[in-house]
Design a protein. Sequence first.
Length: 338
Amino acid sequence: MKQRILSGITPSGKGLHIGNYFGAVKPQVELQDKYETYYFIADLHALTTVKDKETLENNIREVILDYLALGLDPQKCVFFRQSQVPAHAQLAVILANYTPYGQMKRMHAFKDKLQKGVKVVSINMGLFNYPILMAADILLYKPYGVPVGADQKQHVELTRDIAENFNRTYEKKVFPLPKPLIQKETGRVVGTDGKRKMSKSLQNTIGIFEDYRIIERQIMGCFTDPNRIHPTDPGKVEGNPIFIYHDLINQDKDEVEELKRRYRKGQVSDIEVKKRLIAAHKLRFKTARQRRQELKANYQLVEEILAKGAQQAKRIAQQTLAEVYFTLGLGKDSSQKR
Ligand code: AQP
């Protein structure tokens, strides 16, 4: 029997960026053949930041199309929307009782906001509780592993702690402990500012499906070697975001090596390196962009995929929830005993 894995994407912005792709989606696509896979759109999580109905609906549609166009195959995986499986919210309410407040205060989703100067009083409880909902998302399916970017490691670790706490309380192994599956090379793709993780909210992304004028602007504006003033100055390749992106995106490895060699010697301009990256991006994502157009034109089919996925997910999720209810003393059987 295949081991099970599960992962999700939050529709909090317009679409996926290359950090999401190389850090999470690409490995998830590759795992479809080896594992029993559950992938979902974490639309309830988006409520922490998106408060406009049309924007939310639009974000959800965009991410669904992105995800499918990038290679998620509904023949191989169960693909669904979190909000269509009520057990996610139900289990989150329960798991909150096995989660220490002190530990929640150390979660980075919350701490990042504080560091950005946001006042505690203006942080909504959805954001504060988001790692608990994420624990519910995961534990419902009792997966062996969760393929995510490095930024999510802490949340998977919290999930393990909650599961352990629950199991210990009832002296029963209801939840197996899931492993974070993080890519060594691509678990944290740096943003175009060259400093921080590529993130929608930091506006340091390179898109995948955006209009090419936007992607060109994103690439042309990318941070490179700050000590290099003229194209004839020898440049630094290691840790230079433009070469990190070439290594990820450009499938012509000879071209990448040639550009690196010339860059080190001061024989190529930043502009040329960036233009070659734009060309490589166009080539790399050409098929996915076409597939996305086709899916968009046939959205009815996409909805059918999601409805079927929700039915399949519900079967597992309901089973786990019933087991949890029973373990707690909320189950049908325990009340019948009285
Ligand atoms: N820069 C990144 N490098 C590697 N992996 C990344 N992921 C996100 N950014 C990077 C991974 O992508 C998956 C989906 O992430 P999400 O939907 O939870 O979005 P996110 O992490 O919140 O992405 P952003 O762009 O950083 O969004 P904002 O700015 O709204 O917080 C996850 O597996 C994530 O690890």
